[in-house]
Design a protein around this ligand. Structure first.
Ligand code: GAP
Length: 511
């Protein structure tokens, strides 16, 4: 099935099974804003717990905070967001559609990369075990030509971005003959910068209202609390501050479902280090974060690092963790070495000292910062894209979400085979016994086959069926979502069988 079709089905599935709804749907929706349904919110909470505990429980030098969304407006002046938090936009004059110029060029690069990969895949099939990929890439004429094209375009693009050269970005789009997907024409406007921050007013106009911003990242709430946490927590460098919270960006090109939203959630950790050690710590956190992703078991080959073409003015190193979504490799998380830029700027703009006294050096300095920053919603999309499967069975088809059990919204469904003979009562007793440990669901409607399908569709890893044999020997059938295998177990064993597989401890032991 084409990847586009898979993605469309995934979006429809998220709606049909209570994972994600369009915001304000009965009023025809609000662009790039989404609500999470009864299962979506559980998955989201589980993702947040996986991140939070892996940061705050597993690292004794990382602590958490929860700062306000509204902050003093000077913070955004100091951080550079008022002047420089911009996207380069271009409009197609015929369709009147607006695009990000850098994204149009990145898509062009991805198309060339796709051509190369297809060529390599074809050859790998043809030559089988004797295939030498490196040799093929170095000798095949079509691959060499496309690689040359990619390299030239990439160099030109990176230079235009680094120079902030908007005319050159436009010229690349023209030279590459990029067409608008809606009108099919190449009738482009100039490229312009557009600030992404939302603003509102605080206080009544009579008192003199103040223009304030909805935070576009949670990180600044951490920077301005650095001294508070360092002092009250008696933190010694190196140490980190973690936070999960909402962020807002007026994304002009908001596409691909919850991949790019206007209101979203971030999980960010700022790690404060001694100047000069930041690049070692950057490597350290790259390894930790990549492991965190791969431990979920969605296939190591589906992750890669992408080194930034253009470093933000405050960074001396930056990479993205990319995942292979149905629409290609895309960023899930950013890891940035942010130097001492933010703390120094806040020192300058607030007039307050933001320093660390290092007892070993017997001197004070402004710490450097390594940041890990991941979107909750983008991680949610990553999990759900990886989990979505359509399986052809002997007489049937099933759609199943193979969400890792520890993240699954419902862990256990308890199903009485029939609605009589005391079976519903036993099923309720099982739930009453386990509901403090696991999210359980009771279902007695329809045939057992239909009930299994419903649980597969929401990703429940275990179903327990209570039948007449249960009345005789206190055993039930436990059915495993991924293999559909069934086994007979004692009711008293259910908790321990499930417990191990849905425990964060088991997952953390693999990190
Ligand atoms: N503090 C650094 C920072 O905000 P970023 O690369 O702009 O860096 C970090 O964002 C992460 O936040 C991204 O990797 C992505 O997962 C998520 N993110 C950013 N913009 C988003 C949007 N419009 N919708 C959903 N997630 C977004």
């Amino acid at each position: 099935m084409a990847q586009d079709d898979v993605f469309k089905k995934l979006v429809a599935h998220c709606k049909e099974y209570g994972y994600v709804f369009q915001s304000s749907e009965i009023y025809d929706g609000l662009g790039a804003v989404y609500d999470y349904g009864q299962y979506g919110v559980e998955l989201k909470n589980n993702i947040k717990k996986y991140w939070w505990d892996s940061m705050v429980l597993l690292h004794e030098n990382v602590v958490g905070i929860d700062s306000a969304i509204f902050m003093h407006p000077t913070i955004w002046k100091a951080s550079g967001h008022v002047d420089a938090f911009n996207d380069p936009l271009i409009d197609n004059k015929d369709s009147k559609k607006r695009y990000r110029a850098d994204v149009l060029i990145e898509e062009q690069l991805a198309k060339i990369e796709d051509k190369i990969n297809k060529e390599v895949e074809k050859a790998a099939k043809r030559f089988g075990d004797s295939f030498n990929e490196q040799q093929f890439r170095e000798t095949n004429q079509r691959v060499i030509e496309n690689q040359q094209k990619w390299d030239n375009l990439h160099t030109r693009f990176a230079k235009a971005l680094n120079d902030g050269n908007l005319d050159e970005l436009r010229q690349i789009i023209v030279d590459e003959e990029v067409v608008c997907p809606v009108s099919g024409t190449r009738n482009w406007t100039e490229v312009r910068q557009f600030n992404l921050m939302f603003s509102t007013e605080m206080g009544s106009t009579a008192d003199g209202a103040q223009k304030i911003y909805l935070r576009p990242e949670t990180a600044q709430g951490i920077f301005v609390n650095y001294m508070n946490v360092q002092k009250t927590g008696r933190m010694k460098i190196p140490f980190g501050i973690a936070q999960i919270g909402k962020a807002f960006r007026n994304e002009i090109v908001a596409r691909q479902f919850i991949f790019r939203m206007r209101e979203f959630e971030q999980m960010e950790m700022q790690f404060f280090v001694k100047p000069g050690t930041e690049l070692d710590w950057f490597e350290h956190w790259k390894t930790i974060r990549m492991n965190w992703h791969k431990t979920l078991g969605f296939g190591d080959e589906n992750y890669r690092f992408h080194v930034h073409e253009k470093l933000a003015h405050y960074a001396n190193a930056a990479v993205d963790v990319e995942y292979r979504f149905p629409f290609g490799f895309k960023e899930v998380e950013g890891i940035h070495s942010r130097t001492d830029f933010d703390l120094s700027q806040h020192e300058k703009f607030s007039g307050k000292k933001i320093r660390y006294f290092d007892p070993e050096l017997n001197e004070s300095y402004v710490p450097f910062v390594v940041e890990t920053s991941i979107g909750v919603d983008r991680m949610f999309l990553q999990v759900i894209s990886a989990a979505y499967c359509e399986e052809q069975l002997e007489n049937d088809m099933r759609v199943v979400l193979k969400i890792p059990p520890v993240l699954a919204p419902v862990k256990l469904a308890v199903l009485p085979l029939v609605k009589k003979d005391g079976l519903p009562e036993i099923a309720r007793e099982i739930i009453d016994d386990l509901k403090f440990d696991f999210n359980c669901q009771y279902d007695e409607k329809d045939s057992i086959g239909k009930r299994y399908r419903r649980q597969d569709a929401i990703g429940t890893p275990f179903c327990v069926t209570v039948d007449n044999q249960t009345l005789e020997d206190n055993t039930v059938t436990i059915r495993y979502r991924d293999t559909m295998a069934q086994e007979r177990v004692a009711i008293s064993q259910i908790g321990s069988i499930i417990g191990k597989q849905v425990s964060y401890k088991t997952l953390f032991a693999r990190l």
